[in-house]
Write a protein that binds this ligand. Structure first.
Ligand code: KIV
Ligand code: NA
Length: 265
């Protein structure tokens, strides 16, 4: 296929083609993903946990993300590269612009940031300066201190309504993609159907326009403190790293993943 561009994401949603996304942190894995059906590669600030060994994403810096973006970029020929703005880097529009320029100059085509509220101004500021933005709602791991842990969000009516409103507002502000993490499947489905921008789910059910998993979770290589329900070890099924990536991509495209056992009702 052709290399992915940002406008192609909206085409995929309109045409009902599922988007396959994984996180990567280095060039070798990035190439395996690019060769085996992955459309979007995310250098997530999950690198703080799975690469650096911290117990949250809070210690990750812009320079850390930029380094991994450079590594991953060299492995990609076709997939679109998205980079996380780490904790604090999007605290103000100006800080977010400086960080985003670094990440785009390192090779990313889009930045991702968590939340809505005051982040709506950040999204508008970045988009007006030609920086494509992916929003991230539901469980936002950079909120771990306020939340007191990693748990499903949007189970109560008021919380679900807030996430639905935030989803509308991040799109209004100019985001072109929306990650929904750890929310009930019905909520993610409602947002996906009502919204104009593609949704990418992680623990958000099969109705989303695409899915994302953390590479280490896909391969069963986590350190134990973070093995949520939505994680599936595709290495057993795929037989090799390339096979695991391909099994995941195929399962997302066919709608086989996630099933009810890997989602929240
Ligand atoms: O940092 C990350 O890997 C992410 C994904 C889980 C969406 O934000
Ligand atoms: Na992240």
């Amino acid at each position: 296929g052709k290399p992915w561009t940002v406008p192609m994401l909206a085409d995929a949603k309109r045409e009902g083609r599922k988007l396959v996304m994984l996180t990567a942190y280095d060039s070798g894995f990035a190439r395996v993903m690019d060769d085996n059906g992955v459309d979007l590669v995310l250098v997530g600030d999950s690198l703080g946990m799975v690469v650096q060994g911290h117990d949250s994403t809070l210690p990750v810096t812009v320079d850390d993300v930029a380094y991994h973006v450079q590594c991953v970029k060299r492995g990609l020929r076709r997939a679109l590269l998205i980079a996380d703005l780490p904790f604090g880097a999007d605290a103000t529009p100006e800080r977010a612009l400086d960080a985003s320029l670094k990440l785009l100059q390192a090779g990313a085509a889009m930045v991702k940031l968590e939340g809505a509220d005051h982040k709506l101004d950040v999204i508008r500021f970045l988009v007006s300066r030609e920086i494509p933005v992916c929003a991230h709602l539901g469980l936002t791991p950079q909120s771990v201190l306020r939340l007191g842990g990693y748990k499903v969000q949007g189970r109560e009516d008021a919380a679900a309504k807030k996430i639905r409103e935030d989803a509308f507002e991040v799109a209004e502000a100019g985001a072109t993609l929306l990650v929904l993490e750890c929310v009930p499947s019905v909520l993610a489905a409602a947002i996906t159907v009502a919204g104009t921008i593609p949704t990418i789910g992680i623990g958000a059910g099969a109705a989303c326009d695409g899915q994302v998993l953390v590479l280490h979770d896909l391969l069963g290589a986590n350190t134990g403190h973070r093995r949520p329900k939505f994680v599936k070890d595709f290495l057993a099924e795929g037989g090799s790293i390339a096979g695991a990536v391909k099994a995941y991509a195929d399962a997302v495209r066919s709608g086989a993943f996630p099933d009810a056992a890997h989602a929240y009702e």
